[in-house]
Design a protein around this ligand. Structure first.
Ligand SMILES: Cc1cc2nc3c(=O)[nH]c(=O)nc-3n(C[C@H](O)[C@H](O)[C@H](O)COP(=O)(O)OP(=O)(O)OC[C@H]3O[C@@H](n4cnc5c(N)ncnc54)[C@H](O)[C@@H]3O)c2cc1C
Length: 341
């Protein structure tokens, strides 16, 4: 078995399928292609499942393990919902089991050419440029390219984070969490339990509808009791050393709160530039790359998309549970309409 590596394949081999992005949905596309006997290469600018590598280290998935399975490799964990560590081990095992060739730490900067003769331009982490040839290409680059910035004074300060890792460093400090979704709620609860003084700020008057049901009783009790402070209908408008300013959206009244750290957990967005440069139209409203959802093929013949990238700005619409189905759908189309994988 050829282990995942960082060197472009020798001798300019043309691949039946190149998958840009070795996240769970890119891996699902790769396993479907391998099972259909296609010469397949995955390319990732980071590690395999790089997005999961950067998730909070102690997180547990909200899906049960079987809902995260790809390539018909069983994912068994005693407690039902896997941890990040278990998911990382699982996806490594899937890559090994299907002998998937993955070019890690290699960023794809452009996709040129046409069906039957695509040239995928790569750059290794050492800055070496390369070209990979492919008959068909799948882009599965996810939606964690850059955070949705607040665009306020002080957002560039070191005390402002768009990514939550763990709570310990914030013990006995004033922490403001911006957002009303799962990431904001989980971070607020963990920070509260690590004895940070937490204030949740949300422009809406209640939590987002997608918050996991098992989190609701806990967060509601903390908010109702004042153990976690909340400013409903408010926005964070400025951050300065030692203080943060929030504004009531209805009255316009500003309030300064003591503050050491800000977690702006307002979501992330993907990078459609690669697709746009390859000639794929991106819907300006939704951010969705134009494609046929039955086959995942874009308007550029032979160029497909897979995974959360297909959801545009609404990353809650596609996740591993349903994004993993894109790969078999694509291979089914490559095989002339029969569902493969
Ligand atoms: C805290 C948290 C908990 C979650 N829990 C669940 C859950 O329980 N169940 C569930 O179904 N989903 C869950 N999700 C969502 C899920 O993680 C994503 O939907 C999933 O990662 C999407 O998979 P993907 O393969 O489409 O994209 P990603 O996993 O983001 O993978 C994209 C890959 O593309 C690579 N890449 C990007 N650009 C380039 C480029 N130019 N060149 C080469 N490589 C590139 C990246 O390095 C990355 O490895 C959770 C998300 C978070 C943040």
């Amino acid at each position: 078995m050829s282990p995942p590596n960082e060197r472009p394949p020798r001798g300019g081999a043309i691949h039946d399928l190149v998958v840009v992005g070795a996240g769970p949905c890119g891996i699902a596309a790769g396993t479907a292609a391998r099972k259909a006997g296609l010469a397949t290469l995955l390319v990732d600018k980071g590690f395999i499942t790089d997005s999961l590598v950067h998730y909070p280290p102690y997180m547990t998935f909200f899906s049960t393990a079987e809902k995260l399975e790809v390539g018909d490799v069983p994912f068994v964990v005693p407690q039902g919902k896997p941890t990040r560590l278990e998911a990382l081990a699982y996806y490594r095992r899937v890559v090994e089991h299907h002998e998937l060739q993955v070019l890690q730490h290699t960023e794809v900067g452009a996709i040129e050419g046409e069906a039957g003769d695509f040239r995928v331009r790569t750059r290794s982490r050492h800055g070496t440029d390369g070209v990979v040839q492919a008959r068909r290409v799948v882009v599965a680059t996810g939606s964690f390219h850059e955070p949705n910035l607040l665009g306020i004074p002080g957002e560039e300060l070191d005390k402002v984070r768009h990514w939550y890792v763990e709570a310990h460093p914030y013990f006995d400090q004033d922490v403001l969490v911006v957002g009303g979704g799962n990431s904001a709620v989980e971070a607020a609860l963990e920070l509260f339990r690590a004895r940070a003084r937490v204030t949740l700020v949300h422009f809406a008057r209640e939590l987002d509808p997608g918050v996991k049901p098992w989190l609701l009783p806990d967060i509601r009790n903390r908010l109702d009791s004042g153990e976690i402070q909340v400013r409903w209908g408010h926005r964070l408008v400025e951050v300065r050393p030692g203080v943060a300013t929030v504004r009531d959206e209805s009255s316009g009244r500003r309030e300064e709160v003591p503050n050491d750290w800000v977690f702006a957990l307002t979501g992330w967005k993907g990078d459609p530039a690669l697709l746009r440069r390859a000639g794929v139209r991106i819907d300006p409203e939704t951010g969705v790359p134009e494609h046929d959802p039955r086959t995942m093929e874009t308007a550029v013949p032979g160029l497909y998309i897979a995974g959360v990238l297909a959801a545009g700005h609404d990353a809650n619409r596609v996740f591993i549970e349903n994004g993993r189905e894109h790969g078999p759908r694509i291979v089914g189309h490559l095989n002339g309409g029969a569902r493969g994988g």
